[in-house]
Design a protein around this ligand. Sequence first.
Ligand code: SAH
Length: 214
Amino acid sequence: MIEKTDTLLHKGLRKKLVETLRKKGISSEAVLQAIEIVPRHFFVPFGIENMAYLDQALPIDEGQTISQPYTVAFQTQLLDVQRGMKVLEIGTGSGYQAAILCQMGAKVFSVERIYKLHKNAQYILNTLGYKCQLFLGDGYAGKEAYAPYHRIIVTCAAADIPENLLKQLAPNGKMVIPVGIQTQEMLLITKNDENQIEVSKHGYFSFVPFVKGS
Ligand code: SAH
């Protein structure tokens, strides 16, 4: 495989992307700093690398997409990740969101149902030195073995809130999940220390579907 490099040009483009995200309302310095550091072009297929720092979703393999940087920033900001937290991601895809979470100091567990994407993400994250734990499987089941999680982030469109994920969320935990069929409403689900759930709504987005089964 041809190695990718991170050049001064890429670093400059990332700074510009961060300024764009700031203008669009992202204010978490921790999130913006991670976006400035993680080389998104490593997670984008050869041939369209030059589009990596546009604020756009891009195609990856198997008809899936790497989320738009604004969406990644928005979800991550809403997730309110602190260093050392255990975070479960559903939908590894390219591995970019997992890298952002790792860069922010989270212990990341991420589930993907498509073998090729899982393998590719593993390769890129290893290359960059991020120690995320990636699993091949059905995200509807979550990942019981490492539960509970302080934070759960779903990066594909769910028809409803999967019961298993709610169960695997720790008391005082937060989950960010886009729910809906045609377009998705971004939901923030918080659990209090008595395991009661509260849901707040944070605007509309567009995601690839959360497919049942692995
Ligand atoms: N977070 C990704 C976005 C990937 S798109 C990134 O940063 O690139 C959403 C991903 O969710 C796709 O790769 C899709 O295959 C995956 N997915 C869909 N249904 C799933 C399921 N049931 N379990 C695990 N992954 C699923």
